[in-house]
Design a protein around this ligand. Structure first.
Ligand SMILES: [Zn+2]
Length: 486
């Protein structure tokens, strides 16, 4: 019987790597020995801490956001015709609801779909059974992608998950902290086999202890974890065996091989077959993102954050598999953005240094992408701060260095030449009004840029050929990719 979990071999980087994102190394480095950096930083001028004037703008926008919606919410409730699903997991209305004033009225150019009611819903995953890749949004940043095996000997498909969270709260405690408004689409025990789990960074909404424990419990015969530099120890402390965890720095790559049943399982890593003679070979690369890390008060920036590029090594690409990148490969390639900023929002229009250059560098080595996942909202902690402290700040102005607006995500989609992109990091840990605001803002930005909105070809007259498609799915909705022409 063939080995269930993959054989992972690290590739020695050939690309001229930068260590500009490394802080000082430990004492061992001074003595000439290899050691890990003690902290990390965003090495670009596009990463800027919010200024006092940003804080003032955010406060002013925030106040404008809060008041009219509060009034309208009462009106809606009294008339008995709520526009959106406003209950949280306990069936209670959130204390207050906020959405930007300009996103509260149906605009001239808006489409009915932007104002769908509810803006996001939870459906049961169907998991595609065909010969194609399929993708299911698991809520918040979590996604599962399933890639068909080349041979017929393995059952099902190769399961790759990114940043899954199934807990009720994304917080150090399940008693307090940001809570879900929408449930997970299934339980971890219901997921099809998971072979690869990539984590973008250690924030609670991307790395959840209970989810990792259950993933190991139900998928230990198949799973291998890929984590940012500095995070392996957290997984070992959580009980995951060291040999099932690969820790990567930016621009480092691994080859992930599922040998066919005829291949020996005793091979040394450099002999591991690639492409032909395998049921599947993947290249997994850890790439930059403009973000932060930290789970407590004292560990900020002590582990790395980033994005992931995962590509299928087709038989035709096997000879190039050990070279850096996936440029112009024939196989299926995907990008997971995790949580990232793109452009410092308060900079003047013509300030090109306000744009994070990492995405063009990623595109130069890995694009075009068959499939991408990009965050379109600030996520979870800021809606929580507003709910609990009644402190309403325009979250995007305050945190644009580490979070994407819908328009930022569309810009990255275009840079990566992504054929299909699924919106993530929205609509899960925030109330229905905020989710609708995100959806409306996203719809307007998408039409402005001429990017397609439909997953399939039916009746889509827009310029999907050149600009690709970028969709807002439902939580649990399984989307099937078209069979790639061979
Ligand atoms: Zn984060």
């Amino acid at each position: 019987m063939s080995v269930q979990h993959p054989i992972v071999s690290d590739l020695r980087p050939s690309y001229s790597l930068t260590d500009a994102h490394h802080g000082p190394h430990g004492r061992a480095a001074a003595a000439g020995a290899a050691s890990k950096p003690r902290y990390f930083k965003n090495p670009w001028p596009s990463y800027r801490t919010p200024s006092l004037s940003d804080a003032y703008t955010a406060y002013q926008n925030g106040a404008a956001i809060a008041l009219p919606v509060k009034a309208s919410r009462m009106a809606d409730v009294e008339e008995g015709t709520p526009l959106v699903t406003r209950t949280n997991g306990n069936g209670r209305l959130p204390a207050r609801v906020w959405v930007r004033p300009d996103l509260r009225e149906f605009g001239e150019e808006d489409e009915d779909d932007d104002w769908r009611d509810p803006p996001v819903q939870v459906v049961e995953p169907s998991w595609g059974e065909g010969e194609e890749e399929d993708v299911t949004w698991l809520g918040h940043a979590g996604v599962m992608v399933r890639i068909p095996w080349k041979g017929k000997e393995r059952a099902g498909k190769c399961g790759v998950v990114f940043d899954p969270i199934f807990s009720y709260r994304c917080s150090p405690s399940q008693y307090v902290g940001p809570a879900r408004y929408l449930d997970s689409p299934c339980r971890i025990s219901d997921l099809p086999a998971v072979h690869v789990c990539c984590i973008s960074h250690d924030h609670y909404d991307h790395l959840d202890y209970y989810t990792i424990i259950d993933l190991w419990k139900y998928h230990s015969s198949t799973i291998h974890f890929f984590v940012p530099l500095g995070l392996k120890q957290w997984f070992i402390s959580s009980g995951i065996p060291s040999e099932r965890i690969t820790e990567l720095d930016w621009w480092h790559e691994s080859l992930v091989t599922f040998p066919s049943s005829s291949a020996s399982t005793e091979q040394r890593s450099e002999d591991v077959p690639v492409g032909p003679d395998t049921d599947l070979t993947l290249k997994i690369a850890f790439t930059p993102a403009q973000h932060r890390s930290g789970r407590g008060l004292l560990d900020h920036m002590t582990t790395l954050w980033g994005s992931w590029c995962v590509g299928v090594v087709d038989d035709e690409d096997a000879s190039k598999a050990r070279q850096q990148g996936m440029k112009d490969w024939k196989g299926f390639r995907m990008f997971f953005g995790g949580d990232t900023g793109y452009r410092y929002a308060s900079a003047p229009e013509d300030d090109t240094t306000a744009i994070c250059p990492a995405f063009q560098e990623i595109a130069d080595l890995y694009s075009p992408m068959t499939l991408s996942f990009l965050p379109i909202s600030t996520g979870s902690s800021l809606p929580f701060i507003r709910t609990v402290l009644s402190l309403s700040l325009d979250q995007y102005v305050m945190t644009s260095s580490q979070h994407c607006s819908p328009d930022d995500a569309l810009a990255i989609h275009e840079i990566l030449k992504s054929q299909r992109t699924v919106a993530v990091h929205w609509g899960t840990f925030c109330d229905g009004d905020e989710a609708r605001g995100t959806r409306v803002e996203f719809g307007r930005a998408r039409r402005r840029r001429g990017v397609g909105s439909r997953w399939g070809d039916e009746g889509d007259e827009r310029k999907t050929e050149t600009k690709g498609r970028f969709v807002c799915a439902d939580i649990g909705q399984t989307l099937v990719l078209p069979l790639s022409p061979k």
